[in-house]
Design a protein around this ligand. Structure first.
Ligand code: GRF
Length: 232
């Protein structure tokens, strides 16, 4: 059938996309639980995710206390944020340890000493060993800047650009031995625009990270509180 050109141009997409969320699984209500969960945050870099966890607690979006921020790099900006928000922090410099195991043990000792219940790797640029993974089974989570299982490992944003995918994103997942491979808790999709540079794309991915990480913490904290009740 001959299609009228103007009519064709004026056609709008007939799907209603309003309900399609870029965050999945998406729930408009934040999981509720009590008492507060005691968090240990591990960071190596800028600490923007750490800062958003702090903000979520202040805004009453997250029922948590940060028992400690642990950094492995004495020059990382996360320290400045801890000072700004008066969050206790400790530097456990891996360069001063003779092995990965020794560093892991110092981290583990600090987390246990403070009775941390949930450990959040928020830009922790180190592989954690089995002792921490087993010691915090189902209580150790990581945020990664891609839609896992795509683009595991280092420089995930550049990997996505190099592969010319048109959608990437970020993932919060449980940590297991294989890097960036544990069960997925929550993901957010981020389109890659033609005019994107790595920096503009990184900014949009991080904006989503700052939303999904506190949400994932709430979800996992609720599971921890529920399983504690079940075990009583
Ligand atoms: C984030 O992009 C996270 O996905 C990755 O490291 C980055 C940390 O950023 N694991 P910041 O230090 O929280 O700003």
């Amino acid at each position: 059938m001959k299609q009228d050109k103007n009519e064709y141009k004026q056609n709008k997409l007939s799907y209603d996309l309003k309900e399609q969320s870029l965050i999945s699984p998406f729930d408009s209500t934040i999981p509720l639980y009590s008492p507060k969960i005691r968090l240990g945050i591990l960071a190596s870099g800028n600490g923007s995710n750490f800062e958003y966890i702090v903000k979520s607690i202040k805004n009453k979006q997250l029922n948590a206390d940060i028992s400690i921020l642990i950094v492995n790099n004495p020059n990382c900006l996360a320290i400045k944020k801890a000072i700004k928000y008066k969050i206790p922090f400790v530097i456990i410099n891996h360069r001063e340890c003779s092995s990965r195991f020794e560093h892991d043990m110092l981290v583990m000792k600090k987390l246990e000493e403070l009775s941390v219940e949930l450990v959040v790797m928020a830009g922790w640029m180190r592989i954690v060993g089995e002792e921490i993974i087993n010691g915090f089974k189902n209580r150790l989570i990581n945020i990664h800047p891609s839609l896992l299982p795509s683009f595991k490992g280092v420089d995930a944003i550049q990997q996505a650009i190099d592969k010319r995918v048109t959608i990437t994103g970020c993932t919060v997942h449980y940590v297991q031995k294989e890097v960036d491979s544990g069960s997925i808790i929550i993901q957010a999709a981020v389109p890659i625009k033609e005019q994107d540079s790595k920096e503009t794309l990184k900014k949009r991915i991080q904006d989503m990270e700052h939303i999904i990480l506190p949400l994932a913490i709430s979800k996992v904290a609720k599971n921890i509180r529920t399983s504690l009740k079940d075990n009583k």
